[in-house]
Design a protein around this ligand. Structure first.
Ligand SMILES: [Zn+2]
Ligand SMILES: [Zn+2]
Ligand SMILES: [Zn+2]
Length: 277
């Protein structure tokens, strides 16, 4: 199955409104980053969405999405759920299963209260089936038969979900991975992980923090996402190369790269293969 990065940008997106910095003005299409989101294509144009941010409609058009099987939500920050209304085009025939933590489901009920009120027919609201998910317990997504597991991660002080799908994991908005979650992240082929910027941040991994975490988790390859405008795609690629040659890499890092494993910046439209049980 194919996984597509629908968005690889931080909460502002890139370009940032009103910013004329070289990254926001870059002609490289990989430096245009919608808000963070992913899509597991189960059929030709249908699949499972991770997060419905403010650009969901544009992302769906760009990726040629014409159906949704389910939505997996990481957390309730605006850049991850404020496109939720736009899933309604896919809910004329049936409710869309939305999987999230019990706390996030409460947030969605509050933030999108109009969706759950009885109103006139044809009111143009998404039909959502909110399904609370316990972390660490695999479940089958909707009618797809694909197994997903919610992986508890820390986003600053709040606990949110990363998602494990088959041999891949998607950990956006992450500043730490609790020890108890590590067994859920073993044997990964691909890891997508938050790496906001070079400077430290209280609620996101910085580049070096993400690199160290990747090497500990030891996936076959990793992509950095939720990126801000401090670095271009090319600039971050060079930063990764320089880090590999620097003192921080350590013996484990040398082994990691010695085995031909790769760490690269994600970009919107990036696709990779996911194998699911
Ligand atoms: Zn975010
Ligand atoms: Zn900028
Ligand atoms: Zn967030």
């Amino acid at each position: 199955m194919e996984f597509e990065i629908l968005g690889s940008g931080t909460s502002h997106g890139i370009p940032v409104i009103g910013c004329g910095c070289p990254v926001c003005a870059s002609p490289d299409p990989r430096d245009n980053r919608y808000r963070a989101s992913g899509f597991l294509r189960t059929e030709r144009n249908s699949g499972v969405l991770i997060d419905a941010g403010p650009e969901f409609r544009l992302q769906a058009l760009r990726a040629g999405i014409s159906g949704l099987e389910a939505l997996l939500v990481t957390h309730a920050h605006a850049d991850h759920i404020h496109g939720l209304d736009d899933v309604r085009i896919f809910t004329h025939q049936r409710d869309l299963p939305v999987y999230a933590s019990p706390g996030v489901i409460e947030e969605i009920r509050e933030r999108f209260a109009y969706v759950f009120k009885n109103t006139q027919e044809g009111g143009g609201k998404p039909r959502l089936e909110l399904i609370p998910v316990e972390p660490g317990k695999p479940f089958a997504i909707g009618n797809t038969g694909i197994e997903a597991t919610a992986v508890p991660i820390l986003h600053g002080e709040i606990g949110i979900y990363g998602w494990r799908l088959g041999d891949s994991a998607y950990l956006t908005d992450c500043s730490a991975i609790p020890r108890e979650s590590r067994p859920l992240l073993e044997g990964l082929s691909t890891l997508v992980i938050d790496a906001l910027r070079e400077r430290p941040h209280t609620t996101h991994f910085c580049f070096a923090g993400a690199m160290e975490e990747i090497i500990k988790l030891d996936p076959g390859r990793a992509y950095l996402t939720h990126l801000c405008h401090d670095f271009s795609h090319e600039g971050l690629t060079r930063w990764i190369e320089a880090w590999k040659g620097g003192p921080e890499i350590g013996a484990e890092g040398k082994r990691f790269f010695g085995e031909g494993k790769k760490i690269e910046p994600a970009y919107d439209g990036l696709r990779f293969t996911v194998t699911t049980p």
